[in-house]
Design a binder for this molecule. Structure first.
Ligand SMILES: NC(=O)c1ccc[n+]([C@@H]2O[C@H](COP(=O)([O-])OP(=O)(O)OC[C@H]3O[C@@H](n4cnc5c(N)ncnc54)[C@H](OP(=O)(O)O)[C@@H]3O)[C@@H](O)[C@H]2O)c1
Length: 329
């Protein structure tokens, strides 16, 4: 049977486990040019919260009554396509389910020699490409500039910080808790990392950026972003990647907009899927770094499809440490 997590209703405020339902359906049969994939890994990502609401966004909403959307890594177990053989490892936009029938042109092969399939959902996948795109394409940091990234040990932030270090920048992270901050400095090589849950967060962040901030890779929004904006240098840049602290809440209402004017800041939002042509070369570069040991990554793994909603909510609350995944049987 195909185990599926269905969207039962769009959440109001914080997502709840009861907004989803685990159901079973027969595994569908495949037609010409299709493959049947048995998923091994589900990716959990903050953008999914945006799919759980009606209204205009850069992508269509999930549908109430349908399988929750998302990317997955799995193995082809039946093929009616010349392009795919049984046993090949692939990525697809399967959604939260154990089996997925896909047209072959929507399925991507992955090379799992040297790296696990799960890496293609994190450091070598959408989050890794996001980090590269915002840092290199928008921030364009120069050696010795100060780069700040929040959600610093997450799937995107951990790559941003390590890439910025490799460019010779002074890298400061913001993360939730001492364990995450210690990891950012001791394992990932950040120059400093400030715990946003500590009572002296604002003073500590100011001390960590004695020359001000030249480049912000913004993942969180809310009060953190507001404070960061008060520390920015003239002609600094902000790659606005995400606002995860606001996804389950009312918009924060940042009072530092004036900083953009007086500091002549370049601020650009971006969506990683805007430039699909750039993905293969970025992934190749990231893979080289992973294989040579110059790019580290961490994963938090929930087990079993039934735990997917709980793990999703946990990730939005910062319970993940690195890329959040679900391992399926
Ligand atoms: N623009 C794009 O195309 C694109 C693509 C991918 C991702 N994104 C965005 O990038 C950001 C990071 O995504 P990710 O996949 O790497 O997720 P992640 O960082 O692995 O996980 C989310 C993290 O957000 C932090 N967080 C949540 N609520 C917070 C709060 N109230 N205050 C401070 N931190 C909070 C938590 O880290 P701490 O415990 O450290 O606080 C949590 O671990 C998200 O905003 C996401 O929407 C954008």
């Amino acid at each position: 049977m195909n185990q599926q997590i269905i969207v039962k209703q769009f959440p109001k405020g914080w997502v709840k486990e009861t907004d989803f339902e685990l159901v079973q359906a027969p595994v569908p049969s495949i037609k010409d040019n299709q493959v049947l994939i048995h998923n091994q890994w589900l990716s959990l990502d903050p953008y999914m919260r945006g799919r759980l609401m009606p209204g205009k966004s850069y992508a269509a909403s999930a549908e109430v009554g349908a399988v929750m959307v998302g990317q997955a890594a799995g193995v082809v177990i039946e093929s009616n396509s010349k392009e795919f053989k049984v046993g090949e490892h692939v990525l697809s936009y399967s959604g939260w389910q154990s089996h997925h029938v896909a047209n072959s042109e929507l399925v991507k092969k992955i090379d799992v020699s040297g790296v696990p399939a799960s890496a293609y959902l994190g450091v070598l996948g959408m989050p890794g490409v996001t980090a590269w795109t915002g840092l290199m394409g928008i921030c364009e940091p120069k050696p010795n500039e100060t780069v700040l990234v929040d959600a610093a040990t997450g799937a995107v932030g951990s790559v941003v910080g390590q890439l910025a270090k490799s460019l010779g920048c002074h890298v400061v992270g913001v993360a939730g808790g001492k364990t995450k901050c210690d990891y950012a400095v001791k394992e990932l090589g950040f120059d400093a990392c400030i715990d946003h849950s500590s009572s002296d967060f604002k003073d500590a962040l100011k001390l960590a950026v004695p020359s001000g901030i030249d480049c912000v890779f913004e993942n969180v929004g809310g009060a953190i972003f507001e404070h960061v904006m008060s520390l920015m240098n003239p002609f600094s840049r902000i790659a606005l990647c995400g606002l995860v602290s606001e996804y389950n809440a009312q918009p924060y209402g940042n009072q530092q907009i004036r900083s953009i004017l007086v500091n002549r800041i370049k601020l650009q939002g971006f969506i990683v899927t805007d430039k699909p042509d750039t993905w293969p070369s970025i992934i190749d570069s990231l893979k080289e770094k992973v294989l040579s040991g110059h790019l580290k990554y961490k994963e938090t793994i929930a087990h079993g499809i039934a735990n997917t909603p709980k793990a999703f909510i946990g990730m939005l609350k910062g319970e993940n440490f690195g890329k959040q995944l679900v391992k399926l049987d």
